[in-house]
Every structure is written in C-alpha cells, then in structure tokens.
Design a binder for this molecule. Sequence first.
Ligand code: NAD
Length: 480
Amino acid sequence: MTLRLDHYINGKYERPAAEEYFESYNPATLELLYEAARGDKDDVEKAVDAASMAFKSASWKNLSATQRGHLLRRLGDLVVQHADELAMLESQDNGKLLREMKGQLQTLPEYLYYYAGLADKVQGAVVPSSNIAIVNFTEREPLGVVGAITPWNSPLTLTVSKLAPALAAGNTLVIKPSEYTSRTVLRLAELATEAGFPQGVINVVTGYGAEAGAALVESRELAKISFTGSTQTGSRIASQTAARFVGSTLELGGKSPNIVFEDANIHNASMGVVAGIFAAAGQTCIAGSRVFAHRSVYEELVDKVSERAQTIKIGNPLEETTELGPLAFQDQLEKVESYVNIGREEGATVVTGGTRPDTELPGYFFSPTVLTDVNNDMKVVREEIFGPVAAIMPFDTEEEVLALANDTEYGLAAGVWTQNLARAHRMAKKLEAGTIWVNTYRAMSPMSPRQGFKSSGVGIEHGIESMYEYTRLKSIWINT
Ligand code: NAD
C-alpha cells in the first residue's frame, strides 16, 4: 500500500480538509514513493492559526533565548542521529547522490548549532542621548508567524537555513516545501517535536505552489515570507507581500559566471568548473553555468572540462561510485533538453553531452553537456537552465570579461581562477554578485552571510545577519 503523508500541524499529522493527495515519484527509478496531502486555503489557515496561537502561548513566548537555543541544539543532535535516514529519504525524493546527501547531513546540524549559539546573543543597544534625563535603547523582537517556502533541489538545507534563525529569534513557522519533495521536511518537523519544541511552533503544509503556496503568501496572519525558488515566483510573491507591507526574504535564481584567467592553475580551474556546473546535475542556484576562459587557455579548458564530463559516471544516486544522478522530475528534464536544442538552433556547438544517456534505470537522466560557439546574446547563456549544461566562452582582457560577466539580470555568485592576488581583489570588488569565490567554487557555511544581487534576491541568509531578518527593532525612550 502506498505511503500517505499528511500535513504536520500543531505537533501532529493532520489530514487535508479536502481529503486530496498527490503522488511523488523517485526520479531515478520512477517508482511511486508516497502520496502527500494536497494543501489548500483551509489547511494553510489551520496551520497559520496553530503557528499564531503558539507564538502567543506561554510555552513558547516565556522561553528564554537560551532555552530556545537548547531546543535547536537538541534538534541538531536528532538530525545527527537520523542523518543516514534523512540522507536516504532526500536522495530518493529528488535524485541527489546519496554520497552528497551524507555530506550535506554532516553540515546540516552545524546550521542548527550555529543559530542555537546565537539565540541569546541578539541584543539591542543603548543609544547616546543629548538629554541626560532620557535613556534611549533598542530591542530586537521576533516578528510572529513566518511563512517559509522552499524548492526541491535542497529541501532540508534550504528549510533549516530559514527555520534555525527564525526559531532562534523567537518566531513560529509554517513551511510549504516543494510539491516534488515533501518527505524530509515533514520528518524534520517530527524530529522538532521530539526535540521538545512546543506544538504549533513548526507546521508543514504540503501541496502545490499555486494552491498551498499562494494561500500561505495571502494569509492575513503572516508577519514575513522567507522564500527560496525561481525569480519568476519570487517576483510574484514580492509584489503580493509588498502591497500588504509584509516583509520578505527572497533567494532566487542565478546564471553565475566562472572565470578562468591565463595565470590560473588550469587543472584546478577545470575541476572547479566541472564541480560548479555538474554537481547535483546542475540543479543548484549557484551553478557556474557561464564559463569564461582567457583565449590563451580556452582550448585547453574546453578539452579538460569535456574530457572529464565524458567520464562522469551517470547512474543510480544510491551507489557510492555514481557521480551524476537524474534531474528531479520530467518537466525539468524536458526543459533542459529544450534549452540544449535552442542552443543548437542559435548556433552553439555541443562538444559533449546534449542527450539522454543510456542508463540501467529509467529515470530523468541527462548527460553532462558542454556548449561552445556561444555568446552573451543567446538564450542558453542568458537564462537559467538549472541542469548540467556549461556554456564556455573565450575572452581577451580583464575589462572585457568583467563587462560580460556582469551583463546579466542575475547576481547570485561568481568564480574567479587566477594566481594574481591583485587581480583577484579587483575582480571580487567589481563583480556584481553576492558571493565571490576565488580559486574555489561552492564553498558555503552557516556563519557566512549570503545575498543575491539584482534579480537573484532580496535580503540575507546565513550568518548573524540572517537573525536580524527575523526580528524587528523597537526604540524605547524613558524619561527618568
Ligand atoms: P519555484 O519558484 O517553481 O518553486 C519554489 C517554491 O515556491 C515551491 O515550493 C513551489 O511550490 C512554490 N510556489 C510556486 N508558485 C507559487 C506561488 N504562486 N505562490 C507561492 N508559492 C509558490 O522554484 P523551483 O523550481 O522549486 O526551484 C528552482 C529555483 O530555485 C531555481 O530558480 C533556483 O535558482 C532557485 N534556488 C535559489 C536558491 C538561492 O539560494 N538563491 C537556492 C535554491 C534554489
């Protein structure tokens, strides 16, 4: 019998009001994994009410910041204990390599421990006053009910990046995971109850974006939306929330440049380019999908990246030796395939890949693909493909590559490969992106704040800065 997953509201599983469910499949094997509750407005209102009651309840409001930290720490410990189970569930849900998920599960508790430690360190300030009779100080308060909407490519990590600072600051949560990956976020909510979080502090409503997601954004009780997903959905949410003066943090799409200068260690750079675009089958917001190589090393880089792409082992994400799993669902596969075809029509050369490979499993696999004869005017270079497709272009000067790299609506991340320190600093200053990596790519930590520039986002995630996103500032004046 198929596993049925309900919403998680008020510390327990709740059947959907309309009794409707939708199916979720393993993208590698195409097996039916489970049915999840198809949330609607009624379900969302129930979850928001629960979160609102919990926010006002003594069992949450009267906890000290240190006690909230203890709860987060206990949740971190439970994630450590259940790491193998969570890694397996998420790998089955979105096709990510089990090996990579195990690595993610090692860093996931660090997010919980980091914000556990910060919970009692968010403080106001005493403000200098020109009148000695007046004491003016500031306090940081939680906002209330936070709505967290997350995508399918990294459900646990992206949820915990919101949950940990929001709870550390004293808010309560309603989470709407992607309709493609409901499983691990529900399991995380169960573990939070086991850790001792009072009922209603963490609620999960599953379902489609246009239904459960839209209902959450429209909910009257909401103090803030923290969204990670496409720029298109983010833009829609931003206009809906702005009209009601509801705050939002938006982590959106990207089309990040990865720039290789002639003085770089070309072997390391080519491996950085490969990891930047082919990790998680290119389904990462920070994917280094636009590769710029100095003309003097261009051929060598194209050869090295293409040779490595051809040896990448595609297959079952659960096997230790597999290097590339499937795309997460059929539309995603078709989208990637159609972009490669558009590239061909625009004049691109497919150096390697560009097809569905022969695999033992029937899932949504696509070969690592390298495109050349491309330029900044082409769709494949301008639009986010969100798949294993690298476009490699030559350049001649630093000024030229800066202009090309910045000529995009996105500004999430950028990579630079050079051994010239002065150049590294110049590039880091002038690239219009929230994260710059020099001689590395994809490095990330809960301690390091990150922000998308331009159409890649609004607001900050990670670091102490992210805690402030979940507080409001009160200025208090007392005439003594
Ligand atoms: P998406 O925008 O389609 O969906 C994201 C979430 O929003 C899902 O839970 C979905 O159900 C929900 N949603 C969809 N329509 C909605 C609506 N009208 N109202 C409310 N919620 C709605 O994105 P996706 O395809 O799930 O994720 C891929 C995108 O996420 C890519 O663009 C990627 O770059 C981006 N992303 C960004 C970051 C980052 O840190 N900047 C991280 C991961 C993914």
